[in-house]
Design a protein around this ligand. Sequence first.
Ligand SMILES: *Cc1c(COP(=O)(O)O)cnc(C)c1O
Length: 423
Amino acid sequence: MDFQNTLQFAQQLDKEDTLNQYHHEFHFPVINGKKSIYLCGNSLGLQPKKTKSYVDDVMQDWASLAVEGHFYAEKPWWDYHERLAEPLASIVGAKVNEVSVMNTLTVNLHLLLVSFYTPTPKRYKIICEEKAFPSDQYMLQSQVKFHGFKTEDAIVEVKKREGEHFWRTEDIIEKINEVGDALALVLIGGVNYYNGQVFDMNKITKAGKAVGASVGWDLAHAAGNIEMQLHNWDVDFAAWCSYKYMNSGPGNASGIFINEKHLNNPNIPRFEGWWGTKKETRFLMKSEFEPMENADAWQLSNPPVLSVAPYLASLQLFAAVGMPEIVKKRNRIVAYLEYVLTEIDKEVTSSFEVITPKDRGTQLSVLLHGQGKPLFNYLMKNGVILDWREPNVIRVAPAPLYCSFEDVFNFGQILKKGIQELT
Ligand SMILES: *Cc1c(COP(=O)(O)O)cnc(C)c1O
């Protein structure tokens, strides 16, 4: 469709947008007395207005019931996390028994590697993308060292080509085939945090499995952003945080996926705790561990209900809208953002470029060729919240649930003014 870089046109797109009313469901930070333009849902999603009541309910149950809340709260705490499995499964394309909510993301990746990275002297290498999110790099390095291997030897990074800003699927698959028999694990971020690229998870998973490796995905930037079919793609395991596109609040609980075929494997190595044992016999306090038959077998502790409650609030919002609607709006608003950026670029002398490839979700990463940090500071001062990545990139993510086309238009105007004032 032909876009126009005008307020009137942006408002027309908002009128046609079936998700437009959902921005009323969220709290927005206020800057200079005005509702901010929030383009940072890839880092921390906004707070849904309903969330507070979910947390208040837990606080109230704790005040009035104390320990009895475990079993007699309206949503009893002992199995509170089970309420999240169904909506979560539909978001990541899993069966309900394949997902669980527990701990935080990096912790869960370590726990999942206990199960899915079991290197031998012959098969011990890990393939990941170059410059993966730092926590993932540290996690992989420490796992490799823990098993007695050298990081330089065991970790194989797939690089981007000279002069390109994205990874090519064929380069990843070639690397998988090259490492072949020595490959124990492929672990990549499903959507790259820096350039916003969506990896071809289906193809890469198949290639990894074909050489006998386990394949897992860090879905921190994918969950709630793109549609996935983890079960059908035959992914072995995955984990994600809930505070980015999933709007569950700072540092909140993480989700995991474990392919059904691994669930009742008695030989799978796993670190275990009492919440992974069968609920029916858990309180007999036996010394023998009898695993739950679903992904909850990986649970260690009783659920952190105050952290899981906001995630439930958010998932109920996602369930009401559904990923297909979210993706539909996402495609349109990101296309409009790209158009607005292209138009602005023609009007200013100091240029910039979008480095996000066409396989993308909600985020466009913009490489600034002129002013960097000062321009970012200008945007933040003038009511636009987005984020900065060294050396000269701003990440712009109009989350479909709460960003409007008018936000995108206004962002473009502020960006233009900022570039003009600073050059
Ligand atoms: C955000 C993010 C993390 C954060 O990890 P936490 O354990 O939640 O602090 C890890 N990996 C990736 C790829 C991320 O984008």
